[in-house]
Unconditional design. Sequence first.
Length: 156
Amino acid sequence: MTHEPLTSAAASAASPASANAAILSFCNPPGLYDPAPNGYSHVAIVNAGARTLHIAGQGGEDASGRLAAGFEAQVRQSFANLRTALQAVGAAPRDVARLTVLIVDHSEDRLRTLGAALRDCWNGAPLPACTLIPVPRLALDGMLFEVDATAVLPPA
């Protein structure tokens, strides 16, 4: 089983990033395909004592509410918005256990765009569990992508 536990006690004392390591780990069990090219892990393991953060769906709008033009631009903006929401509560992508992704007019090309964006946003950190749901429409006219997240942090 590919298991990427983040459990070093020495690392936990060293930095806030690794302080979360003892409560969140990921694995990709044998018998399941490698999901890394698509930007996720099959299983996220959250140990007892974690604070759970629920980040609402983030779309491709900037701070003024303007929707980015095109799928790839909306994906980039959505992940920038997710990072902003996480940072506001002292978290980062590495603290995300699970994502739900909604895509209008889903295709293999859009899946490749999503996978690349996820790998870029997580920048080598273990990838979260993720469910992709193709949908016919999202909240706003022209909205093509939305992502929500469940993140965990050590107890306060």
